[in-house]
Design a protein around this ligand. Sequence first.
Ligand SMILES: CC(C)(COP(=O)(O)OP(=O)(O)OC[C@H]1O[C@@H](n2cnc3c(N)ncnc32)[C@H](O)[C@@H]1OP(=O)(O)O)[C@@H](O)C(=O)NCCC(=O)NCCS
Length: 205
Amino acid sequence: MARAIAAMAPAGVRTGCRLIREGDEAYLLPAEAGSIPARQPAMRRASGAARLLAHRLLADAGFDGFALLRTASGAPAWPDGITGSLAHDDDMAVAAVAPVGQIVSLGIDVEPALPLPDEISALVAMPADRTGTADRQLAGRILFAAKEAVYKAAYPLDRQVLGYEDIAVNLETGHATTSTGREVSLIYCVAPRVVVLAFVDDDGV
Ligand SMILES: CC(C)(COP(=O)(O)OP(=O)(O)OC[C@H]1O[C@@H](n2cnc3c(N)ncnc32)[C@H](O)[C@@H]1OP(=O)(O)O)[C@@H](O)C(=O)NCCC(=O)NCCS
């Protein structure tokens, strides 16, 4: 899966993935642990796994030992000049990091490769969405992950909370538009989990 994510990532974007393991909460640096409100152990474990990935990616980018604090909005506070995103499902954590340049903001999501329950699909899918040739069984799940990834890319730029109805996704063209006018590119893979990477490039700002 790490290879599949790296292969789809645009130039300059570093990615990582990790199966979440017992004890991964120990990878939270003390300041990070303090920034994450007390939550269930499984959530802290997932956040620890994602931060372990982020620490490695940030060290490669010259930010060794950087504490990736959670801000009040939930968005992580990346170092100046860096954009990135984290996600986790029950089993897997993923992270993506890039220097701010051609790409100005990133969002990522990971989901199990399972059909999205109908009642959730009804909330997520909107008439403007296009799933194109995406696997019929998984189209709803990919759309869901796409909207979450787009939201994570858009939020740090616009500081606007968006709902599913605020994001129109076209999986065929790899493009999404938000109700705030933000244009976001996206790519996805299903190998063996659904991972969507969304990014705003400097033409979209
Ligand atoms: C951002 C959000 C969509 C994440 O969804 P999730 O299923 O809970 O969790 P994921 O594993 O996909 O992602 C979690 C990570 O997203 C990141 N994140 C949280 N809020 C974020 C925000 N506002 N902007 C960017 N990234 C954010 C964090 O890094 C978090 O990981 P951490 O808690 O370990 O630091 C959700 O927390 C949220 O804020 N929802 C409100 C708006 C919404 O749901 N709209 C409908 C979807 S468009």
